[in-house]
Design a binder for this molecule. Structure first.
Ligand SMILES: Nc1ncnc2c1ncn2[C@@H]1O[C@H](COP(=O)(O)OP(=O)(O)O)[C@@H](O)[C@H]1O
Ligand SMILES: Cc1cn([C@H]2C[C@H](O)[C@@H](COP(=O)(O)O)O2)c(=O)[nH]c1=O
Ligand SMILES: [Zn+2]
Length: 189
């Protein structure tokens, strides 16, 4: 389990990335960390990409319906304007953001802000997803989570798409995707 670094002494920012397949618990873990920061009386701002309207226009919602309020935005530079006077910034569905997001996270961390980012590391084809590889390269702390493979019960790192759509971005949940282990993923792709 991730334990927050000590905040004693001069305040320095850092970047945490939570990654993994769909259903691996990224959003739950993001919400858990943000709730703990709130308990510590830290000032928090939470962002998600405007296109992610799957469960709610505004809130970040996990597959188990844990939720937290967020600000939907269309480009990552908006975070630099909106995250004033805050101690912690949370960002969900990072894979959908533009290529500037790693730079934005760097700038926030330089301001002394703790940045917690959650996102899919791979798309349905098993390729690195969007800006995630660059974020992972810049992260100070990385947590890789796993779902349970729906075929065999082993740990799952892949998000298998159940229909024939070929576009990279296709919002959805259980009806469209299932988490699979490497073996079960490659046996049907
Ligand atoms: N195959 C699965 N493996 C693990 N968790 C699953 C699975 N299917 C459904 N879930 C549920 O999904 C929850 C995680 O949801 P969430 O945090 O939204 O994941 P993510 O953001 O990584 O997609 C788990 O706590 C569990 O209740
Ligand atoms: C694999 C994959 C996923 N998506 C979409 C599907 C969901 O709307 C989100 C992932 O949400 P989660 O919180 O990680 O469950 O991404 C996509 O557009 N393309 C893909 O290849
Ligand atoms: Zn499997």
């Amino acid at each position: 389990m991730f334990i927050e670094p000590s905040l004693a002494g001069e305040r320095r920012g850092w970047i945490e990335v939570i990654c993994g397949s769909m259903f691996s618990g990224k959003t739950e873990e993001l919400i858990r960390r943000l709730k703990r920061a709130r308990i510590a009386n830290l000032r928090i701002e939470i962002f998600k990409p405007g296109i992610d309207t799957r469960y709610d226009e505004q809130d970040i919602v996990s597959h188990d319906e844990n939720k937290v309020m967020s600000t939907p935005i269309d480009n990552s530079q908006q975070i630099l304007l909106l995250a004033q006077e805050v101690d912690v910034v949370g960002i969900d569905e990072a894979q959908f953001f533009d290529a500037e997001l790693p730079y934005v996270c760097d700038q926030l961390a330089l301001r002394g802000i703790r940045v917690i980012v959650a996102g899919l590391d791979m798309d349905y084809k098993g390729r690195p997803f969007g800006t995630m590889p660059n974020l992972l390269a810049k992260a100070d702390y990385i947590t890789k989570l796993h779902a349970i493979c729906v075929k065999c019960g082993n740990i799952a790192s892949f998000s298998y798409r159940k229909n024939a759509s070929r576009e990279t971005v296709l919002l959805g949940e259980q009806s469209l995707y299932e988490p699979r282990c490497r073996h079960c993923y490659y046996s049907e792709t």
